[in-house]
Write a protein that binds this ligand. Structure first.
Ligand SMILES: Nc1ncnc2c1ncn2[C@@H]1O[C@H](COP(=O)(O)OP(=O)(O)O)[C@@H](O)[C@H]1O
Ligand SMILES: [Mg+2]
Length: 259
């Protein structure tokens, strides 16, 4: 991985997203895509960006509602002064494509989303990775114009998971930490109200059927500069396969209200 194989940032936008304790910022890139950049090293911890990267890949594997992220390169000469003050530096970082929309407000937005059928997969995905800090925030309402086969355009809203910085329960896990596989995961309470065991059956079956090698292939790509040891990658593969096999118990123990 080098800067010629990743998108390169061309311009930093003024302003900042709503919330965002790690000071992510918006940039244009030379492939024409505007993205939210999350910095490595992160003020949140050494594994924050690696967690984002592998969660975004594993999310695609399970068809969970979250964007595929990418490693990007931000060159020194285009970083605005106010971004430098909050820790922006030249190098390889994590980014997702910019979404139009706003932070998800459960009381208001569940009724508006077009992808409620993806909530059970989102739940199984969060429980599989034991993603922390999802209770009060870190979901997004994406607004998108969807064109049907007749060419008719409709403004549509989608539920999206964001912020996988605390996948595996921590921004700073070690191989020894993730070797202790979680036996329970409590979903955000607002999601619980939209789930039942029958709805969870299909995504659980799809997770149970994921072969080890597909999981493994989601984890190997990362920039050398992030200093993620091979042993940590191996520990995560072992953890993910164990949690895959016990996902039903993880969900039932953590969410007795789901029946
Ligand atoms: N792809 C995106 N497009 C537009 N806004 C986003 C996107 N991802 C996150 N955001 C916004 O940026 C904020 C911070 O992102 P987040 O990943 O939660 O960063 P942090 O780890 O700093 O909390 C979110 O609360 C949301 O409002
Ligand atoms: Mg966040």
């Amino acid at each position: 991985m080098n800067r010629y194989t990743t998108p390169n940032a061309t311009m930093g936008y003024p302003g900042r997203p709503a919330n965002g304790g790690s000071n992510p910022r918006f940039y244009d890139f030379d492939d024409g895509v505007k993205r939210l950049v999350k910095w490595q090293p992160s003020v949140h911890g050494a594994k924050a960006c690696y967690n984002e990267l592998l969660a975004s890949h594993l999310g695609q594997l399970l068809d969970a509602p979250l964007l595929r992220g990418a490693v990007v390169f931000v060159p020194d000469e285009i970083i605005p002064g106010d971004h430098r003050q909050v820790g922006a530096t030249e190098g390889f970082h994590f980014a997702t494509a910019w979404m139009d929309g706003e932070n998800f407000v459960p009381t208001q937005h569940y009724a508006e989303i077009a992808n409620a059928d993806e909530l059970p997969t989102a739940a199984v995905f969060l429980a599989w990775l034991a993603v922390g800090d999802q209770d009060g925030h870190n979901q997004f309402l994406q607004r998108k114009v969807v064109t049907d086969t007749a060419g008719v355009q409709t403004q549509t809203k989608f539920f999206k998971l964001i912020d996988m910085g605390q996948a595996f329960g921590s921004f700073t896990w070690s191989a020894a930490d993730v070797a202790r596989v979680h036996t329970s995961y409590s979903l955000p309470p607002h999601m619980v109200a939209h789930l039942n065991l029958a709805k969870l059956a299909d995504p659980i079956a799809r997770l149970n059927a994921l072969p080890n090698d597909k999981i493994e292939r989601c984890l190997i790509d990362r920039p050398m500069e992030w200093n993620i040891p091979d042993a940590d990658v191996g520990a995560i593969v072992t953890r993910l396969t164990a949690a895959r096999d016990t996902i039903t118990d993880i969900l039932r123990t953590g969410n007795p209200a789901i029946t």
